[in-house]
Design a protein around this ligand. Sequence first.
Ligand SMILES: *Cc1c(COP(=O)(O)O)cnc(C)c1O
Length: 395
Amino acid sequence: MSITPLMPVYPRCNVRPVRGEGCYLFGERGERYLDFAAGIAVNLLGHGHPHLVRAIQEQAATLMHVSNLYGSPQGESLAQRLVDNTFADTVFFTNSGAEALECAIKTARRYHYANGNPQRHKLITFSNAFHGRTLGTISATDQPKMRDGFEPLLPGFQVVTFNDLEAALAAVDDCTAGFLLEPIQGEGGILPATPEFLKGLRQACDEQGLILIFDEVQCGVARTGTLFAYEQYGVTPDIMAIAKGIGGGFPLGACLATEEAAKGMVIGTHGSTYGGNPLAMAAGNAVLDVILVPEFMEHVQRMSERLRASLEQMIPNHDELFDSVRGMGLMLGLKLKSDSRAFVAHLRDRHGLLTVAAGDNVVRLLPPLVIGENHIAECIEKLSAGAKDYEVPVS
Ligand SMILES: *Cc1c(COP(=O)(O)O)cnc(C)c1O
């Protein structure tokens, strides 16, 4: 038998973390890594944050799981806080981002069904998008590496070019339910939507009774310096999927919606055994305890300005390799002039810096939001040193 016990779907590297402390990860042999990957935008508070750890420990000892057949004081409190701090009136909790998107897609379809327009089932989605790995969410992307061999996929999605408002509006027909997109594409290469694009989609939704769904699984939860990225655009969705950062490392996602958009989601239409369990709610509440303090958001903004300025300053010194910086807040992409995967591996193996490769030759910098100036200086040092002793692989 040659297959590994862990199904071999990931190209796992030789870093084998066994412990985390703040912004650092430690491998089996004690090697230390500066973690600017943060579990792909998950570990908002770094590793081992005392408030999050204590909340999980205490809740685990008190009550870990009960069925959604019972009332949920823990869920009510987290849902209320999300409602108080966003556009939303109601929240469904999930265990992952893809599940949050599944709920968002179902909510949009069900809205039109409840309105007597069941033919309006089609979501317009965008090139380069990533929404997860379930059959529903891979149906919403056009990337062959995620779709090949899994057909037939879910009907009812039409992919048009990201940031092309005209193409999006032209795709609307009698069967359209709405639009689904990431305000800032993550896996696709840290590509922010243009404000005109989001405003145009919002306007079309208002005029034609369509639903605007934002996928803020990666860009949400303070990552960009506001609680959610949509705030900076001044464009409000009807439905929003979140996950990653909201649990700070504990598996937690949520689908947020306005009362109007959620009108079809009545008793019996959706569910999840684990979704909203007390342990996950404790983790989410603990993360919000930390990030809803105004000084925390100011810290994120200050650190993101510092990181961005430092990166911009560094680029001209290595302009054979580095092209530009893009993104928002602490969701930054360093665009290279060649493929980013080999450089990400070089930074990791030779310089102890963890980053994440993304589409379009981008190195993603997604540090814990609790980084300090010392971590930024160390990151820049490692990037510069890495650029110096890096040999661009001949392809
Ligand atoms: C990670 C991600 C998802 C999927 O989340 P999972 O928890 O892996 O299911 C969906 N959308 C975006 C934008 C993501 O970054």
